[in-house]
Design a protein around this ligand. Sequence first.
Ligand code: 5GP
Length: 119
Amino acid sequence: MTYDNENIFAKILRSELPKSKVFEDAEILAFHDISPQAPTHILVIPKGEYISFDDFTTNASDEVVGRFFSRVGKIAQDIGIAENGYRIIANTGNDGCQEVPHFHIHICAGKKLGRMLAD
Ligand code: 5GP
């Protein structure tokens, strides 16, 4: 599978689509999900062209992967959800019901999130 440059998050990265930005640096972008599933629902994406969690952890360096997840944790602290808690999700591939083929982490928080998986 090759990376699709026309996926929604690629367009957001190129500023061809609007976003509500939470954080940005040279390697990552965090922004609010357009259809929030919790009071806080943020997406964190690498700027590199990785299709999925599997692609990212296989093909990005350990340093890039490590910095990415460090920043996810730092964002959660900075927006004030770490104390009450939150959930991170990486839907991956077909069975994981991944819709957008650019690797992303969901950060959901702001209420008791309930069961981990719905039927
Ligand atoms: P996935 O199902 O691939 O893990 O999650 C994709 C997420 O992207 C969904 O939660 C969906 O609401 C969000 N999304 C889809 N299109 C847009 C968009 O144009 N802008 C933003 N901010 N989020 C989007």
